[in-house]
Design a protein. Sequence first.
Length: 139
Amino acid sequence: MEYRSFPQGYLVRLDPGEEVVASLSKLVEEKGITLATISALGAAKDVTLGVFDSVNKKYLSQRCQGTYEIAALVGNVTRMDGAPYLHLHITIANPEGEVRAGHLSACTISATMELFLQVWEGQVGRKFSETVGLNLMEF
C-alpha cells in the first residue's frame, strides 16, 4: 500500500496481493482517523461479500474467486468502543458480465485499487442495536 496525504484526506493505492480491509484498517489506526468517507475502484481476485438478512439478523456471505473488476467500493469510517469501524459496500463484475454486490468482508487485490479516503472533522460512534441486529451510528 502506498498513499499520499492531502488537506482533505488520503489517496491510497493498493497493489496485487494486498487485502483491502486489513490495509485500510491499518492506515486508519496509524493516522488516528475517526471519521471518513471512502470511494474506490480497481481489480480483485478474491472477494467475500454479504447481504444482511434482517429477519434472522445475520449476514448471508458469498465468496467470489477469479477475475473481478471492482466497479465501486463505497463506505465510511467511524469508531466503536474506541477502535476504527469500517462499513464498506462493494460492487464487482466478472468477465461474463455477472455482477455481485453487498457488504464487504474481505477483498484481495489482483491488479490495483485506487482509493480516496476523505477525512471529516469530529467523531461518530457506533452501538449495537438489538432491534435491528447491526452496529448503528450513535449521535
